[in-house]
Design a protein around this ligand. Structure first.
Ligand code: NAD
Ligand code: KPL
Length: 305
């Protein structure tokens, strides 16, 4: 009998993973916040995944944080700011050999979760897949991509990667997952806040080449100081390439702000600034960007953390 995939956070990525695992015949159970969410889920009768305009319904079993039984394998698909609190609520249900897969973008939340569950194996993930919710319990698979998974403390790949292959989830085991996460964080820091402040699509940043270049210089300096020179390599060229390749898109942070949702600023730009100050690095443009973004979020009535 395969180990059950417990999915904590039935939002965009959680649904994208849960539905593909379930349709491959693998055991999946959703863990919902409380009885009210469970009741709403049961009324909907399951999750819906929309792929290329076609909606498929999956009646995946669900339970609540309070009622979940022993958990061997946990996919944590909450936002970065919710991950630690959500995991803490079920820490006493984790078995001695439990493994957690952390899908959060940015950095900081993974260490916070790992500190809450010191006996569990925490696998970090970085994904370029794209999904969004277009209704309660309904998710649109918007962009095909790849997910890198890795464990900086234990380089041996887990056997359950074969479940991901069976489910058609494109993935690769990475022995340098921290470098991947830092690189993605740097890309997000160079692009996302500027799209919010200039109120533009990613392509609009082609009108601000000096601002982008200055941020890339400071971010590269930070990466070098953090022992991540590979993540700094040709950063500016990659940022420019991503701006061009995604010119018509709105960044994830832009979309969060436009939809009055809390951003993950503390795990992206905020994390970069905290680490810079820990290294006593003076990065004036990065700090100024953070202050401008915080002020912008406050004027929109959004949390600035
Ligand atoms: P989301 O907001 O769509 O889903 C998060 C879900 O977690 C929500 O359903 C929320 O109700 C649930 N949740 C929060 N706290 C909970 C708790 N205590 N108990 C149970 N459920 C709880 O978020 P998302 O877009 O799926 O993003 C998840 C993470 O993945 C983020 O860090 C994001 O940056 C990253 N990511 C998302 C995408 C994407 O395309 N959506 C792509 C790459 C990375
Ligand atoms: O990941 C992104 C995001 O919007 O969050 C890209 C497209 C790389 C822009 O930073």
């Amino acid at each position: 009998m395969s180990t059950t995939w417990h999915v904590l956070g039935a939002g965009s990525l959680g649904t994208l993973w849960a539905t593909r695992l379930a349709r491959a015949g693998l055991p999946v159970q959703l863990i919902l916040r409380d009885a009210a969410r469970l009741q709403a889920y049961q009324a909907a009768g399951g999750l819906t995944l929309v792929e290329q305009g076609e909606a498929q319904h999956y009646a995946i079993p669900a339970t609540t944080l309070e009622r979940v039984g022993p958990v061997d394998r946990l996919l944590v698909a909450c936002k970065a700011y919710d991950a630690e609190g959500a995991v803490a609520q079920l820490a006493n249900r984790l078995t001695p050999d439990a493994e957690l897969i952390l899908l959060q973008n940015g950095l900081g939340s993974q260490d916070a979760v790992a500190a809450r569950v010191p006996h569990a194996r925490c696998i970090f993930a970085s994904s370029t897949e794209g999904a969004f919710r277009d209704g309660d319990w309904r998710v649109v698979f918007a962009g095909h991509g790849y997910t890198w998974l890795g464990d900086a403390r234990q380089p041996v790949a887990p056997v359950w990667l074969e479940d991901l292959s069976a489910a058609g989830i494109p993935h690769e085991w990475s022995t340098d997952i921290l470098t991947r996460l830092w690189r993605k964080l740097a890309l997000n820091c160079a692009i996302n806040p500027l799209t919010v402040l200039h109120d533009c699509r990613n392509g609009g940043l082609q009108q601000h080449p000096c601002e982008v270049a200055t941020l890339c210089t400071e971010l590269s300096e930070l990466l070098e100081h953090c022992g991540q020179p590979a993540a700094a390599h040709d950063l500016q060229q990659e940022v420019e390439r991503v701006i061009l390749a995604t010119a018509a898109n709105y960044s994830s942070m832009y979309q969060d702000v436009a939809n009055q949702r809390r951003t993950e600023i503390s795990y992206l730009l905020g994390y970069a600034c905290v680490v810079a100050s820990r290294h006593q690095l003076v990065l004036p443009h990065l700090n100024q960007l953070q202050q401008r973004l915080i002020a912008h979020l406050r004027t929109r009535g959004l949390p600035s953390d």
